[in-house]
Design a protein around this ligand. Structure first.
Ligand code: PLP
Length: 388
């Protein structure tokens, strides 16, 4: 232990210039850019895949009932009651489940737990490339490269096929572009931003060929034909990520979870903050699981609206990708996507556009209510009538 000398000189403020106190990695970082959250009256918000329907009445009542003097107390540190209830739902043990502050937190923990940072050259460190590799398909969830960059790992990005399908296993093996030994691989399934769904069988084949950890990010799976949750219980290196945000109308509360092998879950558990899931979020998620039929009815409504909107936009000249999510990816006719974004915005309709991406010709449109879909269609027809 060092002794403190009272005569130690105070350094000049120049050496403490804030910019010089920041690590180079952080200087170089391009942070994640979330979709806009404007609070403009009358705005139709179809840009961040939120559910247009409110949480079940029982969820709102449970949150209200918990909003009292107990807010001064810490919540359950491991979200134990929620893990128990989720375990029952998925036919596994609480040890297979880790709850996070949204699934985003869990994706970040996984990067830290499974991938090595690339060692600095000046340290002379050499690490096997695969051990430092975070891998994913493109296009995919745009948070993955940011998480790898924050951790200082390298990324390996391989394109999906022209229809946003997974390249066949034989092709991946032959091309050598894909690293079956990568420390961590993310697969967005169904895919975002395309909406394309994948079968459990093709995901099973991909997982079986892998040596490193695979995360099947099922943020939108409740709107899809198939899920791959059993793979998290079949393979020790597979984690499935789920969220209460999208299908369960709970973005505001930030609750997501991983299902996977107890050894992986225990490792991740060591890295998380002690009270990572806020108390009201736990209350809301527990009450959500008491009312699954309410949510399943909403999934059906959203899917019906999605199909109707797909047909109507296709008729209007849009190239709409088949979707198994609560959004569609649509290439608008006539004008570039960025101009469509502005024209819709002028009519108080907010959608998402990803410039500088493989889908820059498209708009991603969240499925809202039927009334919102009708307003969108009216706006689209008006823009087509007078495009300038
Ligand atoms: C593919 C995908 N995974 C994960 C998330 C994060 O969800 P959460 O709200 O649980 O952090 C999102 C949110 O947009 C997403 O699109």
């Amino acid at each position: 232990m060092k002794k403190i000398s009272s005569s130690s000189p105070t350094k000049g403020s120049a050496t403490r210039a804030p910019r010089r106190l920041i690590r180079q990695l952080v200087h170089d970082l391009h942070g994640y850019v979330p979709g806009e959250q404007p609070k403009i009256k009358g705005l139709i918000k179809l840009n961040t895949n939120e559910n247009p329907y409110p949480p079940a009445p029982g969820v709102l009542a449970a949150v209200r009932a918990a909003t009292d003097g107990r807010l001064r107390l810490y919540p359950n540190p491991t979200a134990q009651p929620l893990r128990e209830k989720l375990a029952k739902l998925h036919g596994c043990a609480p040890e297979n489940i880790l709850v996070g502050n949204g699934s985003d937190e869990l994706l970040a923990l996984a990067t830290r737990a499974f991938a090595e940072p690339v060692p600095p050259i000046q340290a002379g460190g050499r690490a096997e490339a695969s051990a430092c590799t975070v891998q994913f398909f493109a296009p995919g969830y745009s948070l993955y490269p940011v998480l790898a960059a924050i951790h200082g790992s390298r990324t390996n990005v391989v394109s999906l096929d022209a229809e946003f399908g997974l390249p066949p296993l034989a092709v991946l093996k032959k091309s050598r572009a894909w690293d079956f030994r990568a420390a961590l691989t993310y697969v967005t399934t169904p895919n975002a931003p395309s909406g394309r769904g994948y079968t459990r069988a093709e995901l099973d084949a991909l997982c079986a060929a892998h040596r490193g950890v695979i995360i099947l990010d099922e943020a939108y799976v409740d709107f899809a034909a198939e899920d791959a949750l059993p793979l998290a219980l079949k393979y020790p290196h597979v984690l499935v990520a789920r969220t209460f945000s999208k299908a369960y109308s709970l973005c505001f509360q930030r609750v997501g979870y991983f299902v996977g092998h107890p050894d992986l879950i225990a490792a991740l558990n060591k890295l998380r903050d002690s009270y990572n899931v806020n108390g009201l979020g736990q209350v809301a998620a527990l009450a959500t699981l008491d009312d699954l039929p309410y949510y399943r009815a909403n999934f059906r409504r959203i899917i019906a609206t999605r199909e109707r909107l797909t047909s109507a936009l296709t008729e209007a000249g849009f190239a709409v990708r088949p979707s198994q999510t609560n959004f569609i990816l649509a290439r608008p006719p006539g004008l570039p996507a960025g101009e469509w974004l502005e024209k819709l915005r002028a009519r108080k309709i907010l959608v998402r556009w990803f410039p500088n991406s493989p889908v820059s010709e498209y708009l991603r449109i969240t499925i809202g209510t039927d009334a919102e879909a009708d307003t969108l269609l009216r706006a689209v027809r008006a823009i087509l009538k007078s495009p300038v």
